[in-house]
Design a binder for this molecule. Structure first.
Ligand code: 5GP
Length: 129
């Protein structure tokens, strides 16, 4: 287990296992720095996840600790993936959950790409907000 900023990276998380080829995924795009694949439980007609090839829990962990080539390569792959999915014209949303308030389920940095229909407001309004 790699410890970064008191945030342990769990090598057994599902995206680490996908990167190691231990469980399958429906791949969309792959580069030296990133892997993009369809979400197993899609929330929109297009719902793809992009993950960096490295042990980073969150965006803060990634941008603080990853080499510059990996940070650049990862974000380049997110843009390439959106283009490859044909979302440039109609538009899309990217989202990265971090920590409990954002309901991050998998503790390996991932960017969601949503598209294929109008996506509605950015956040669901909760009672009292
Ligand atoms: P989070 O809430 O952490 O931002 O989102 C995790 C996402 O990973 C969820 O949308 C969930 O459906 C997806 N997911 C969880 N396990 C798997 C899996 O084994 N394969 C794929 N392709 N997606 C997964």
């Amino acid at each position: 287990m790699t410890v970064r900023n008191h945030q342990p990276y769990d090598e057994t998380n599902v995206f680490a296992r996908i990167l190691r080829g231990e469980i399958p995924c429906r791949r969309v795009h792959e580069t030296e720095h990133a892997l993009a694949f369809h979400d197993i439980n899609p929330q929109a007609p297009v719902h793809v996840l992009v993950i960096p090839k490295g042990p980073y829990v969150s965006l803060a962990d990634f941008t603080a600790h990853a080499p510059a080539e990996l940070v650049a390569g990862f974000f380049r792959a997110v843009g390439e993936t959106a283009r490859m999915l044909g979302l440039e014209e109609t538009g899309y949303r990217i989202l990265a959950n971090a920590g409990p308030h954002a309901h991050q389920e998998v503790p390996h940095l991932h960017v969601h790409i949503f598209g294929g229909r109008p996506l509605g407001p950015m956040l669901t309004r909760l009672p009292g907000n």
